[in-house]
Design a protein around this ligand. Sequence first.
Ligand SMILES: CC(C)(COP(=O)(O)OP(=O)(O)OC[C@H]1O[C@@H](n2cnc3c(N)ncnc32)[C@H](O)[C@@H]1OP(=O)(O)O)[C@@H](O)C(=O)NCCC(=O)NCCS
Length: 196
Amino acid sequence: MRELMRTTPNLFKNPHRRRNLAGRLIWRIAWGLLFRPTPWFMGAWRTWLLRRFGARLGHARFNATAEVWAPWRLEAGDHVAVDRNVSLYNAYGIKLGDRVIISQGAFLCSATHDYRDPCYALAGGCITVEDDCWIAAEAFIGPGVTIGKGAVVGARAVVVKDVPAWTVVAGNPARVIRDRVLREVPPGNPMNEPLT
Ligand SMILES: CC(C)(COP(=O)(O)OP(=O)(O)OC[C@H]1O[C@@H](n2cnc3c(N)ncnc32)[C@H](O)[C@@H]1OP(=O)(O)O)[C@@H](O)C(=O)NCCC(=O)NCCS
């Protein structure tokens, strides 16, 4: 290892620009003091705070234990719920559509390292979760992956390839286990009424 460090002096150099490092330091302090200690009912405050740091959010709610690496690289639509211990590592950006649920402990990981490069250059791609998706507990979503509209990712799935719309995927590596077919919502059901 020592030999590797001597011949490749940049091996442990942080690849991020100073502006990014400074921004993340300030965000991390704000997260620790103003986001993480807040009780469950202060979701609107947490959304407001993320917006102040550049997140483009509709009506989205984040649990106090959810971690966002860089809010200025996060987009989310309306009726989005991000649950306990979710980690959004959005070095390359993360886009969440409308009516998206991210369950407990899921890890959306937009960056990786080029292991052919002796300096492990940063690599990756934006993760897109389209409308009406559910990412179940402790799923891993890899860099550059698109989860197609209406898809469900099962608990603890490892997803490194795009997921087709309206399918349910599970396992490691994640595979389609069935199509997702929605039931009719009966008339008179409040789900049919507009949200006021
Ligand atoms: C993915 C999921 C929604 C699928 O539910 P389902 O359609 O009822 O699927 P089934 O239970 O009928 O299972 C179908 C097959 O997929 C497998 N499977 C289901 N979920 C799986 C998972 N998470 N990982 C690996 N395999 C899974 C089953 O073993 C079964 O395999 P078989 O056909 O060889 O017997 C569900 O299993 C799941 O992961 N739920 C998430 C729960 C969660 O995260 N809750 C926290 C938020 S409230």
